[in-house]
Design a protein around this ligand. Structure first.
Ligand code: 5RP
Length: 289
């Protein structure tokens, strides 16, 4: 898949997609519109037990600069669109917030741009993607297209026709990888999208088995991996579940094998510490994303 790219772009892509053609991306960019999201209040502390298991991080430039050890050798996919907050009714009003030059200065492997198909600012977000692809091209900097749904279109995250529409548009514009949601009929979304797809995790699921099953289903139906956030770092045992997900993504584990692995690793030592009590209003607002 990297044949037509120059060495620099292939090298950057290989920081995200590994030798086996699979990718375990850890998404921690939520703060760009959700602020200090539960489980990621202190990014450096939250990341510490997870870094060894992530092929790459998807994150904002400010969190890369402040919270990721300089020794981190994995990929860095930098959030490059934004400009709204969880308090906005319509979250699609985004602009480009990081230039390709800035991304290269930060040694980025790629930049990530959200598109909000069908939303009020659809056109603007598609033009953000077009602009970012054009600006990234001279640097051989890959672009990840993110099919966002926002608050008001949340039910669309389970609609294969909507997801295929959004993914295909991102691919047509020239996104190198597309990030979308898992849904029933996911294989159709993959078949209609001629670039690699990774799945987001979405809001926290109710069991480790559900998380692992979703990852397994997505890979079986053609995803190349995950770009997952809350279902890892909001879990009770983040370092355990990321290893289970890794087992599925890279080691071919079945769901029950991965679940055994997670259960074996889920001890008091790996339990996530609650540094701050959750505010009920925050939980309500954040559930909408
Ligand atoms: C926001 C994003 C997030 O990175 C994305 O939602 C992935 O995180 P999660 O697995 O928590 O859904 O792209 O638009």
């Amino acid at each position: 898949m990297f044949n037509e790219m120059n060495w620099g772009k292939k090298n950057r892509m290989s920081e995200i997609i590994q030798h086996d053609g699979r990718a375990l991306m850890l998404a921690i960019d939520h703060g760009y519109f959700m602020g200090p999201t539960r489980g990621m209040e202190d990014p450096a502390k939250a990341l510490e037990p997870l870094l060894a298991y992530a092929d790459s991080l998807m994150l904002s430039p400010g969190i890369l600069g402040t919270s990721v050890p300089i020794s981190f050798r994995g990929g860095k996919v930098l959030r490059a669109s934004g400009g709204n907050s969880i308090l906005d009714e319509d979250m699609s009003n985004e602009a480009v917030i990081l230039s390709a030059e800035q991304a290269i200065t930060l040694n980025a492997s790629a930049v990530a741009i959200s598109i909000y198909v069908g939303a009020e600012y659809q056109h603007q977000t598609l033009m953000n993607l077009a602009q970012a692809i054009e600006d990234a091209s001279p640097y051989g900097l890959p672009v990840l297209g993110v099919t966002a749904v926002g608050k008001e279109m949340k039910e669309k995250a389970a609609d294969k026709r909507f997801l295929a529409l959004s993914c295909r548009i991102a691919a047509e514009f020239g996104a190198d990888i597309v990030k979308t949601y898992y849904c029933d009929g996911f294989e159709e979304v993959v078949a209609k999208t001629p670039v690699p797809i990774v799945i987001a995790g979405g809001p926290r699921l109710d069991s480790y088995e559900s998380i692992l099953q979703m990852c397994h289903n997505a890979l079986e139906r053609g995803a190349i991996g995950v770009d997952m956030g809350r279902n890892i770092w909001q879990a009770d045992h983040p370092a355990a579940i990321i290893q289970g997900v890794r087992g599925i993504v890279h080691d071919g584990l079945s769901v029950s094998e991965a679940l055994d692995l997670v259960n074996g690793l889920a001890t008091d030592a790996t339990r996530r510490k609650e540094y701050f009590p959750a505010h009920p209003e925050d939980a309500r607002v954040q559930e909408k994303h």
